[in-house]
Design a protein around this ligand. Structure first.
Ligand code: FAD
Length: 808
């Protein structure tokens, strides 16, 4: 075994081998994979080997498509058979709600290049002869489904990597990992030590244990999972003989089952409701090529449905039941990327569908390690989407929930119950008493809307029980004054003599003067966006930033990686040590004036001003800015004072008709101002010009800000896309995001977010289209629940296009 390597990859499952292959293919060949046993000694060996392109997140779906396209290449390169059978498959709907969901999947496929087609239940039965069409209302055909040999694929990755110069050391167990003062990693094994610049944790079932070696508690947990293999079936033999083809895959969402042919019989797997965690706290090191005890009672309810939906199963015997463990992150997507605070330590774990996702994970991670950027939008699998709040108990609750809901519909207005009330602010009970309906963001409870007694969300793809109540909240803001809790923003504080110079380099905007704020895009080295913030200069060398709450860890990883080595800049994420309230609407200033002794007149405290002032008796930081696009203020207050500030504002607002509003009303308000948000409109694949944030980029400023060259190039060449707001002729449903945008009969773009703008009484969608058609006024359509609706570009904001309200 070599004593030094550029990269040590820990784990010889499908994921570690894919990472090794991609690093070597990308030109890093001084790389070694350490496997404690034989390759495939974790969850990989007993996988059912199914692969498919669909995923709830379109960007993960793209990487799944890439994974499937890769198998031919690694087979040729390695000479190792991968056993790929691209049979195609059917996705089955037993209810109308499921069919609506599937139509959304087909629509997404149109701009992802995934070939999906809606078919009837009878047509599905012609393709998959074992199903009873009477049990289904419709289906979708997917040509890119199939299965493979899990061991063959893993060895093909490893052999291909070796051919490219990478090394694999089997029976080499990593026992500890120690960071040296010079930043290199000592990887200590049972066979000696390797010193490496980078370490990748692809430990699969043992990813937690490998993480703990560097003090990291990763939010992953293994679940038991069962599938059965039947005896040979005459129906299968007859079909094979008649068509010369295998029986295609089927996913029966409402039965929570997946099926495929296995030799002369069938394989049927299920994500059962009565699921079971495996090795809750620690994975035993002596677990290897073993199976767990099957428990047919646990999967009996799913099998009952299976027998009804696929009657031939009732007439056949079960040859074998496989029960094996594999790992999940709380939301079921992988955990990939560099770990904040551990330079050179990377993770590629929590991969629940290694044969659909392993290639994409390897590609993204190798790009990230070598180029400094994953090369794709991988937010949905970035390890930084979780913070310390994703504790072991939280992970346990969410993983169990996610497993049991693997094939369940999640409606756009549906909030999931597991792991809730983890983080609440000090006014949680006060807002609950006013009817707050809670959602969750980065572990924190956030008010979505306020319901009268006895009313709650009715889950639907269409406008629902909240519609008129959200409309009232919007009206309160636009007509008098509303108050919202905004503690879910990320908040950061910067001080130190080097802070201004550092901020000038990290942000693309011009720095605000003391007492002022600005919108601050942050760019990556390639000039694309990595954040959008409000940057406030508090004065006396103190700076404050507010940004996307869900991206706190993501942005801290970026900030910290770019901090100067000396201590000239001090930066901290304030988390819930600072909470927030916002008031907005034409009467907002009058409310503020009643509770503050500061001069809050337009002259004394103009638009984009920021100052410390007391609200009632509570010390606060107040900025005159509002995401509602109205006259408004954001108020930042330490948690111990939040109740006092809230009560003072409520009391002062009474005479002006102040009402509470939640994040759904805020969405409706920001849509009519064409305001985007991080992780929807603003993502790391778009340039500032494309995203319409170029007006905040100080292209000519002296500071050599990160991404300047890329941003200037984008401005010169014009980028490829444009973000546009559309008004939709909708019926009873509004877009939620990821719908295709048609132009002249072809899919040319995609929706990033939208909803109903209650004040303007318009259904609004925001999305990207190629710049060549971005200024067309006619010819657009947006596909929603299987139907194309005429749409037109709304260039000027629907509300207050001249910014008179905001600046008044
Ligand atoms: C019953 C079942 C059916 C499944 N069906 C499918 C399917 O149809 N399709 C699909 O895509 N996925 C399926 N999966 C999931 C799939 O198996 C996983 O997604 C995949 O195996 C994850 O691979 P991995 O490389 O991350 O982890 P693992 O396979 O667990 O690999 C981790 C490797 O790291 C090694 N290791 C860990 N710690 C150390 C250390 N300290 N030193 C050295 N080596 C170490 C282990 O020995 C192991 O070989 C199924 C899983 C099960 C259990």
């Amino acid at each position: 075994m070599k004593s030094h390597a550029k990269v040590v990859v820990i784990g010889g499952g499908v994921v570690g081998c894919s990472v090794l292959f991609h690093l070597a293919r990308h030109g890093w060949t001084d790389v070694v994979l350490l496997e404690r046993d034989e390759l495939t000694s974790g969850s990989t060996w007993h996988a059912a080997g199914g692969m498919h392109t669909i995923n709830g997140d379109p960007n993960v779906a793209k990487l799944q498509k890439y994974t499937i396209s890769l198998y031919k290449e690694i087979e040729e390169l390695s000479g190792q058979a991968t056993g790929v059978h691209l049979t195609g498959g059917v996705l089955l709907a037993a209810t109308e709600a499921r069919l609506d969901w599937l139509r959304g999947v087909v629509a997404k496929g149109r701009y992802l290049g995934i070939d999906l087609e809606e078919i009837s239940a009878n047509e599905a039965a012609e393709l998959m002869p074992l199903l009873d069409p009477k049990q289904f209302v419709g289906a979708v055909r997917n040509k890119e489904d199939g299965h493979l040999d899990p061991s063959g694929v893993t060895h093909a990755y490893a052999k291909a990597a070796r051919k490219l110069g990478a090394e694999v050391e089997r029976f080499t167990k990593v026992e500890d990992i120690v960071r040296r003062p010079d930043g290199m990693w000592r990887v200590i094994t049972n066979k000696g030590e390797v010193v490496a610049e980078h370490v990748v944790n692809a430990g699969g079932l043992w990813a937690r244990e490998v993480g703990r070696m560097v003090g990291l508690e990763l939010p992953v947990l293994a679940m038991e999972h069962m599938y059965l293999i039947t005896e040979d079936m005459p129906e299968v033999a007859a079909w094979n003989a008649k068509t010369g083809t295998e029986i295609i895959h089927a996913v029966d969402f409402d039965g929570e089952l997946y099926l495929r042919q296995e030799r002369g019989g069938m394989l049927m797997g299920t994500y059962e409701k009565a699921n079971k965690v495996w090795s809750e706290f620690q994975t035993p090191w002596n677990f290897g090529h073993e199976l767990l005890e099957p428990d047919i009672d646990r999967i009996a309810p799913s099998l009952e449905v299976g027998f009804r939906h696929f009657p031939a199963f009732e007439r056949t015997g079960i040859k074998q039941i496989i029960n094996g463990p594999f790992t999940f992150a709380p939301d079921g997507n992988p955990l990939v990327g560099p770990v904040r605070g551990l330079p050179g330590f990377w993770v590629a774990c929590g991969v629940m569908a290694g044969f659909s996702q392993g290639g994409g994970v390897g590609l993204a991670l190798s790009n990230w390690m070598i180029e400094g950027d994953p090369g794709a939008d991988i937010w949905a699998m970035d390890v930084a989407r979780y913070g310390d709040w994703a504790t072991m108990a939280y992970t346990n609750a969410k993983v169990r929930e996610n497993y049991s809901r693997r094939f369940s519909i999640r409606f756009p207005n549906e909030e999931l119950p597991a792991g809730r009330q983890l983080k609440t602010t000090s006014i949680y009970d006060l807002l609950s008493a006013k009817g707050a309906q809670w959602g969750v963001s980065y572990g924190l409870e956030v008010p979505l809307w306020y319901a009268p007694a006895g009313v709650k969300d009715e889950f639907s793809w269409r406008r629902s029980s909240d519609f008129s109540h959200v409309a009232n909240e919007v009206a309160t803001v636009r007509e008098s004054v509303g108050m919202a809790e905004i503690s879910n923003f990320a908040k950061y504080k910067m001080t130190g003599e080097g802070a201004a110079a550092w901020l000038d380099r990290i942000f693309a905007c011009k720095l605000p003067k003391p007492g002022r704020m600005t919108l601050a895009p942050m760019l990556k080295d390639d000039g694309k966006l990595i954040g959008d913030f409000t940057l406030a200069n508090i004065g006396d060398g103190e700076w404050f930033i507010a940004g996307s709450g869900i991206a706190e860890q993501y942005h801290m990883r970026w900030f910290e990686a770019h901090l100067p080595a000396d201590s000239s800049v001090r930066m901290e994420a304030l988390g819930q040590t600072l909470t927030g309230l916002a008031i907005a609407g034409p009467k907002a200033r009058e409310v503020l004036a009643k509770v503050s002794r500061a001069d809050v007149s337009n002259a004394g405290f103009p638009f984009m001003a920021v100052a410390k002032m007391d609200i009632g008796t509570a010390p606060c930081l107040v900025g005159r800015v509002s995401y509602t696009g109205d006259l408004g203020y954001e108020i930042w207050v330490a948690p111990e004072y939040q109740r006092a500030a809230f009560r003072a504002l409520m009391a002062a607002g009474e005479e002006f008709g102040l009402g509470l509003f939640g994040s759904r009303a805020l969405n409706a308000l920001r849509l009519e101002k064409n305001y985007g948000s991080w992780a929807r409109e603003y993502r790391p694949i778009y340039g500032p010009l494309e995203a319409g944030l170029d007006r905040f980029v100080a292209y000519g400023k002296d500071a050599d800000f990160i991404g300047k060259t890329g941003a200037l190039a984008e401005r010169k060449q014009g980028g490829k896309l444009r973000l546009r707001t559309f008004i939709l002729d909708a019926d009873d449903a509004d877009v939620i995001g990821d719908e295709p945008i048609w132009f002249d009969g072809a899919v040319r773009g995609w929706v990033t977010s939208g909803g109903y703008a209650h004040h303007s009484k318009k259904s609004v969608a925001i999305g990207y289209v190629p710049k060549e058609i971005a200024d067309e006024s006619d010819g657009f359509e947006i596909e929603l629940l299987g139907k194309r609706h005429a749409a037109r570009v709304q260039a000027a904001p629907l509300f207050d296009a001249n910014f008179e309200r905001m600046r008044a």
